[in-house]
Structures are given as C-alpha cells and as structure tokens.
Design a protein around this ligand. Sequence first.
Ligand SMILES: Cc1cc2nc3c(=O)[nH]c(=O)nc-3n(C[C@H](O)[C@H](O)[C@H](O)COP(=O)(O)OP(=O)(O)OC[C@H]3O[C@@H](n4cnc5c(N)ncnc54)[C@H](O)[C@@H]3O)c2cc1C
Length: 386
Amino acid sequence: MPILDVAVIGGGLAGAAACLALGQAGRGQETAWFGPDQDPGDRIGESLPSTARPLLDRLGLSDCVEAGHRPANATFTAWGRDALVERNAIVQLRGPGWVLDRPGFERDVIARAEVLIERHRVPILKATVEDGLWVLTPEHGPILRARALVDATGRAATFARGLGAFRRDDRMSVAYAFPPHRDPEVDPTPATLIEAVADGWWYAALLPDQRLSLAYFSDPDLMPRGLSRDLGAWRDLVGGSRHVARWIEDAGFALEIPPHVGSAGTTWLDPPAGVHLGAAWMAIGDAAAAFDPLSSHGMTTALWSGVRVAETVMPWLAKGEIAALLAYAATVKRGVETFRTERAALYGREQRFADRPFWERRTGGPGGPDASAPETEYNRAKPLET
Ligand SMILES: Cc1cc2nc3c(=O)[nH]c(=O)nc-3n(C[C@H](O)[C@H](O)[C@H](O)COP(=O)(O)OP(=O)(O)OC[C@H]3O[C@@H](n4cnc5c(N)ncnc54)[C@H](O)[C@@H]3O)c2cc1C
C-alpha cells in the first residue's frame, strides 16, 4: 500500500471538518479517513452559538443550519437568583445561534466530507510508529502507513492519549432524555432554559421536532443511584427543579422513560499535537479538549480544530516544519486556560448554593479542583451575564 500523507481517525464532527478542510485544500488523494458508522440517534448537544458562523462559512456548511433547525432566539436563566431572566438574541451582535436537529446536522456535515474523501467505515485498532511513519491496523482491510495522524476519536482520545498528558479537572456527569410533547392544546415556547439547583443545573431546550431536550448536570456522587433504570427517581429529580418542572407540566411534555446517563466533564491533552518518533500527530475536537457543556463550545471547537488540520500538517509534510504544530498546541492550551477562568467566574455567580459540594468544586472551595487557582481580576470584574 502506498504511503499516505494524513490519516484521520474518527467519524464525528471534528473528523468530518478535518476531511472537509483537507479535501478543500486539495489533499483528498493523500488522506485516509476512518470512522465507523454510528447511529447518532438521540444524541444530546444541539446548541450551536452564532460564533460558529464564520467556521460554517469557511467550510461551506452555512446551508446545513437552514432547514430543519431553529434559531435560538430566547434563553431563560435562573442562575444566581430565583427568578427567570430572559436573554434575547436581539441584543447579541452576531445574531442568534441555533437549536439544531443534531443528528441531522451531523449526518449532513459527514455527507459533505464524504464527497471529498472516502470514509472507511471501520475502526482503527492499533497505531504505532515505525521508521517515522504511522502504521495503522484497521479492524478489516490492509494495514496503512501515513506520515501524520489526526486523532478525532472524541473524549477517549484513543491514540493521542499517552502522546500528550491526559488532564481532567472535574467529573461532571449528565442524565438526559427527550420527553415528547403530548398536549395538543398547548404550543410549547421555542426557548432554552437553564436553571441552577443545589447539586447541579438543568438544561431544557425545545427541539425543532417539538420534543424537549432535557438534561441534568451534576457529579456522579451527587446523582441518585440507578437513575438510568428508575423512572420514578427521574421524575422526582425533575420535580425538585422549579422552572424546568413548571415548563414540562404547563407545556405538556411527558416523562415516559428514564434518562441516559453519561460523562460531561472537562478534559484535555497537554500538548494536543506534536511529533512522536519522527511522525506528526494532532488531536482535534473533544480528543484535544472537551469542555463542560455549559460553554456550548464543543461543536465549535470540533469545526475550528478540523479547519486547523490542513494548515497545521501541511508545513510538516512539505518541509518537516513543526512551528505550526506548536502554534496549534499553544492555541488549544490558551483556549483551555481561558475556558477554566471563565467557568470559575460563571459558577461563582451562583451564590445561593455556594456551600454545596457541586458549586464548591467549581469555584475553588475546599476540596475543589480549582482550589489552588487564585482569584483573578477577570473573576472579580466580569458582570453577571443575563
Ligand atoms: C451532555 C453533553 C451536552 C453537550 N451539548 C453541547 C451543545 O449544546 N453544543 C455544543 O456545541 N456541544 C455540546 N456538547 C459537546 C459536543 O457534543 C462535542 O464537543 C462534539 O460532539 C465533539 O465532536 P468530536 O468529533 O470531537 O467527537 P465525537 O462526536 O465523540 O466523535 C468521535 C468519533 O470517533 C469515532 N471513533 C472512536 N474510536 C475510533 C477508532 N478506534 N477508530 C475509528 N473511529 C473511532 C467514534 O465512532 C465517533 O464517530 C455536549 C456534550 C455533552 C457530553
């Protein structure tokens, strides 16, 4: 088999964005893409901020957010106070973001990338370096050699973990479900609602298909046990909220099955790119940095880092230059630092539960992961976001 320039591993948004960028840069012939088919099904995570717009334009994906999705015009928050406060998109300079049909959006982006680069629908089982080349073993088919490896395998960072140090500073988990709308008498409000509670926070958004995307974020030791099998416990948990419970009841959403439970913590690789035994590597998307979903950074990071693949690996392939790899690593590192500062400030704005473990852990209270982080000017100065 010929030696390829780049192997992209991962068939999510980051892998697809990388293949789009490489294909658009004319590197399609020298790139191999591995991403097994998966049913994105009812994947949670549909909120795409308007800051993604330039990336969508850059990748030729702007029309992928037009039909079948809805503008995120209104977000209501009860964070730091009991009352709900509305943040209207009219006051946002870039206009509203989107509440996506997430599986549909992901399918469209992957299909666009497949026009440029064939996707091999098999997982890679092993990646090693021999004589300065990546040697990749797929589940089926021939072994492949490539000069640069792009790890887009999501939070697992299957291949880059160990090349960069894996960091984690919280263990947040999520319970989520998609209650259907059952009351024909009521038209549910197209809105997003975020509500802080004693042991975590709630997120609820009306999806384009009129179901509710409903998620509760907390820490594993603070979540009710056996929640994914216990509809009664899920209903009790929802009932413990104030605004979310009222919205569900008043608008006629039905809690009919228990939630899925998964992880949603903040993790990153340090560094997320480099040269290993003479072969270049880059982690992108969640494999490079996975953020607390409060940020809604995930899809934007996947698209941004995918775009960066072409400009980062090309100088290495052309002249063996590592400057672009180092610059990418430094940018991701700065992004993670900025995010952690902003996160501490955001969680710090919720003072009603300041002595509860979930909130202490995120604001530098006793035993919290940020316990050593000094208070910064930024922390003190940033006004409440409403
Ligand atoms: C609860 C929750 C809510 C979220 N909400 C939002 C939100 O509202 N807005 C937002 O922007 N982001 C949100 N996110 C984050 C967002 O979903 C992710 O950041 C984004 O999906 C990352 O894309 P990715 O391509 O890096 O990883 P993934 O989507 O995880 O894709 C990884 C891919 O790699 C493949 N793979 C794995 N191993 C191998 C292998 N060995 N060989 C080949 N392929 C492999 C997998 O099959 C998969 O297709 C949320 C996340 C969570 C957990």
